[in-house]
Design a protein around this ligand. Structure first.
Ligand code: FES
Ligand code: FES
Length: 135
């Protein structure tokens, strides 16, 4: 059995920011071929171009839910330039660590954010067939 930190449990059992932002500035969906899980992320910027709201929906596991939820909290108040520097290790650290077998699940949120930012910038962001976003 994997050991989860209290923070992972908390973010899994009562995830913050589940759902979808109205009139989002950034939208993305990513999927993992490895585990078949998927995640949708939306965010909105305020008049100072800072992220005021971010929400997610996922078919992922407990770690993916906790990671995505943590990420939506972490990005609040950041500019997209600041938000895109967040790595999946940062997400895991915010949660007090993830079991190493579950580190890949935090990649889903991080990649969704990257794509949602690309969408915001007008870069085409289709998830390519067969794309693998984690190992
Ligand atoms: Fe699929 Fe975690 S998201 S194993
Ligand atoms: Fe589940 Fe990587 S295998 S997110």
């Amino acid at each position: 059995m994997w050991e989860y930190t209290d923070k992972v449990r908390e973010y899994f059992l009562e995830p913050r920011n589940v759902g979808e932002v109205d009139n989002p500035d950034g939208v993305a969906e990513v999927g993992s071929i490895a585990c078949g899980d998927a995640l949708r992320l939306t965010f909105k910027l305020d008049e100072n171009k800072r992220i005021s709201e971010a929400k997610f929906k996922t078919f992922g596991c407990a770690s993916a839910i906790a990671s995505a939820s943590a990420l939506t909290e972490m990005v609040k108040g950041l500019t997209v330039e600041e938000a895109e520097k967040i790595t999946n290790q940062d997400i895991a650290a915010y949660l007090g660590g993830l079991p190493k077998e579950k580190m890949h699940c935090s990649v889903l949120g991080q990649q969704a954010l990257e794509k949602a930012i690309a969408y915001y910038r007008g870069v085409p962001t289709e998830v390519k067939e067969g794309e693998i976003i984690c190992e």
